[in-house]
Structure formats: C-alpha cells, structure tokens
Design a protein around this ligand. Sequence first.
Ligand code: HEC
Length: 176
Amino acid sequence: MRFSIYEKTGFGFLVAACLVWGVDFTGNILVKAEPLQKAVFMAAKAPAAEKAAPAAKAEGSVMAMLADADTGAGQKAFKKCKACHSTDKGGKNKVGPNLWDIVGKAKAAGSGFKYSDALKGLGGDWSYQDLDAFLVSPKAFAKGTKMSFKGLSKAKDRAAVIAYLRSLSDQPKPLP
Ligand code: HEC
C-alpha cells in the first residue's frame, strides 16, 4: 500500500496531536497527585487529634460541657432538626413545634401544636437534663413520641445543640 504525500502529512499531524494531548494529560495527573497526597496525610492525622479532646474533659458529661459548648457548632448540628423545627420567635410550627425559648419551658406547651400523648404525659419543664436525655434517644425518653429522629449519640453534639437552644431566648436561662 502506498500513501500520497498528503496522506503522510495528515497522519503526521494526527500523531503529533496525540503526543501533545498525552503529555498534557500525564502532566495533569502528576500535578494533581501532590495535593491529593497532602489530603490523605491530613486525613490520616485527624483521628488522633480528635481522640485527645474528650480525654481532656474529665468525664464528658453534657452538663459539664455546656458552659463552654460551641453555640456555632450547635447551630450547624441543628441542621438535622431544621426540617421539622423553626427557631425564630413566634415562628411557625412545622412537622415539630417551634423551639424558641424551649430551655426551661413546660413540656408539650408550644401553642397551636398537636403533641402526642407520649410527650404530653411527660410533665415538668425542659430542664437541661431532660433535653439531654430526650436528645440521646427521643423514643427511649418519651415512648410513643411523634418525633421520628434517632437521636444524637455524641455528647459533644448534644452539648452544642443544647447550648444553641439556650441561645434562642431574650433571656437565656442560667447554665447548670
Ligand atoms: C422528623 C422531624 C423531626 C426532627 C428531625 C426533629 N424533631 Fe424534634 N420534634 C418533632 C415532633 C413531631 C415533635 C413533637 C413530638 C410529640 O408530640 O411526640 C418534636 C418535639 C421536640 C421537642 C419538644 C418540644 C416541646 O414543645 O415540648 C424538642 C425539644 C425537640 N423536638 C428538639 C429537637 C432537636 C434538637 C432536633 C435535632 C437534633 C429535633 N428535635 C429533630 C419532630 C422532629
């Protein structure tokens, strides 16, 4: 088989184009590899730093943690609750009742919300202890509750969320 000069030139360009693309592609991979390695390194280091934190807090009790719990972190963690709860003063009830000024408030006392018998039967106010117990496992604390949320298993998250709930008030209640 014989190729004309035009065919040979065209083929040459094609090979050249492939080479340029190939070098560029490989170059990209080499450049990308470096930040990735850094990220992997940092991820490997993170758990050690996290483990050190709870050890510093004597026994990790939520009541003890409340004083310096991070309200901002609580607001972030509250994203899990937002689908069902509004937090503004006079805010609307959603799937769950509005939570403005909930700390220290009588249980199941939000206006215009239809509570389950389970929640109505609890009695008393939302003390820090009761909020903590409820948020570990709503179902365990109020058997038959309508709040279908599995709970916040980490003490640090509960402390942060409760600190955030406390801040939703014109006059936040004294810390325990
Ligand atoms: C899937 C919806 C849903 C999610 C998610 C949810 N809740 Fe609820 N919550 C409810 C409902 C419904 C009730 C009323 C329960 C009842 O009547 O049994 C309730 C009740 C409450 C109450 C008691 C209010 C009162 O007036 O006595 C508190 C406090 C509360 N929720 C906090 C939270 C927090 C904090 C989170 C996030 C960590 C959360 N909830 C996530 C639906 C939800």
